[in-house]
Design a protein around this ligand. Structure first.
Ligand SMILES: C[S@@+](CC[C@H](N)C(=O)[O-])C[C@H]1O[C@@H](n2cnc3c(N)ncnc32)[C@H](O)[C@@H]1O
Length: 400
């Protein structure tokens, strides 16, 4: 039996049946056309949806590639396996929110030249890189961190030139490192250069004194202008750096920092944020060299006078001033200095303002012009040197 429909002979149908069949036929043709239109629309919708899916997929792959450097650095397991070296004050910050906050304290460093002291495995380095500086020099004494730093160097090479220096920050030549950076006049805004570092406790005070001396000479990183710094110190050291007159923390470091810089205590990082945890909390401090330093005198002289006077912190300042002069002229020159600088001899060192110290130092400088040998006097010099010093001093008095 055939499965085809029997052909209908319309001529054999009566008029009403024929009309009915023709109507059915017409409606069938319309339904087919309708179905074709729906199928075409469905194909277009499927095409658009497919395009969107492929777009999202491609974008995801692109975004993941962009984040490669973050993945590259996900190496905490390796880092914590490295044993921290105590002599290098290795206390690492692992919390990205804290490292980001330190870098934010530095302000806008995009397109700047930046030097980071002691990057270790690179957690602050990573926060710096996110700000896309033009050049980043990292100076690290411990070569074990080279592989992690090289990973960062590779990951950021399209926008930041990361230069790795395995060496000691105390001897690193920053002037050379920043070669090519724009030099700004001292009285202008700070140059696009910044020094950042979670400093090793073992060198932090020594380093800041050395850098203040460079600032006074407008040398090293400060040959480019008033290069700012964002650095960490032991909390108590940070508090001393910003301590004002009459405060418990006021000391030699407070005066010496404030004579050349605007010093700001930004925030405290609890010791518990570091691995391994140190016994102390940590201060984040910013220093911006002053347009007009409070003093214009050789750094060594300034440092010596302030140190000698603060040596007897709780006693009257007269006791400290006396120690600046050798015995034969001690009493006479102490009186002269206090009169010249208009200082009450019973003031205690922590009660002296920065301006008081400036007057004391200028008076001392005047006395050194009259008695050139007193600049070499050190009340703590060993006995052998002392005898020789006094012999020469007596000789020099004859020529004064
Ligand atoms: C307190 S850790 C900070 C590490 C890292 N920046 C962080 O915050 O996790 C100090 C780093 O300075 C390095 N360091 C110590 N003395 C140094 C020196 N004289 N010059 C350069 N780096 C030094 C240490 O090896 C260590 O990596």
């Amino acid at each position: 039996m055939s499965d085809r429909m029997p052909k209908v002979d319309l001529s054999k149908l009566n008029t009403s049946d024929r009309e009915f069949m023709q109507r059915i036929n017409r409606e069938n043709l319309e339904r087919v056309a309708n179905l074709k239109r729906i199928r075409r629309n469905n194909l277009i919708t499927a095409g658009i949806l497919g395009g969107i899916v492929i777009g999202i997929y491609s974008y995801t792959i692109h975004a993941v590639k962009q984040e490669t450097f973050l993945d590259d650095f996900e190496e905490p397991a390796k880092i914590t396996k490295l044993k921290a070296i105590k002599q290098l004050s290795q206390n690492f910050l692992m919390d990205e929110r804290i490292t980001d906050k330190i870098v934010r304290a530095a302000g806008n460093i995009a397109n700047h030249h930046v030097c980071e002291v002691g990057p270790g495995p690179g957690s602050i380095t990573r926060s710096i890189i996110k700000m896309q500086p033009h050049k980043l020099i990292v100076v690290e004494k411990d070569p074990r961190f080279l592989p992690s730093l090289e990973l960062l160097q590779e990951a950021c090479k399209s926008y930041t030139n990361l230069h790795i220096e395995i060496g000691d920050i105390l001897t690193y030549n920053m002037e050379k490192g920043f070669e090519g950076a724009q030099k700004f006049d001292w009285t202008y805004t700070p140059p696009p250069i910044h020094l950042i570092g979670n400093l090793p406790f073992s060198v932090s005070t020594h380093l800041i004194i050395k850098w203040l001396e460079f600032i006074s000479q407008r040398a090293s990183a400060w040959s480019y202008g008033r290069t700012p710094m964002t650095l960490t110190f032991q909390k108590e050291v940070g508090e001393r750096m910003v301590a004002q007159i009459n405060s418990k923390q006021r000391c030699r470091l407070s005066v010496i920092c404030q004579l050349w810089c605007n010093v700001q205590y930004k925030f405290t990082i609890p010791g518990s944020a570091f691995v391994p945890k140190p016994d102390v909390d940590v201060a984040v401090v910013t220093l911006v060299p002053l347009k007009t330093p409070l003093i214009d005198a050789p750094f060594a002289m300034v440092e010596k006078v302030i140190r000698t006077i603060f040596n007897t912190r709780q006693k009257y300042c007269q006791r400290g001033v006396e120690k600046l002069f050798p015995e034969p002229v001690r009493e006479e020159l102490t009186q002269k200095l206090l009169i010249l600088s208009e200082i009450n001899p019973t003031t205690r060192p922590f009660q002296l303002s920065n301006e008081d110290f400036v007057r004391i130092i200028y008076s001392y400088k005047l006395l050194c012009d009259d008695y050139p040998k007193i600049i070499d006097y050190n009340y703590r010099m060993p006995k052998v040197d002392r005898d020789e010093y006094f012999r020469q001093f007596e000789d020099s008095l004859g020529t004064c």
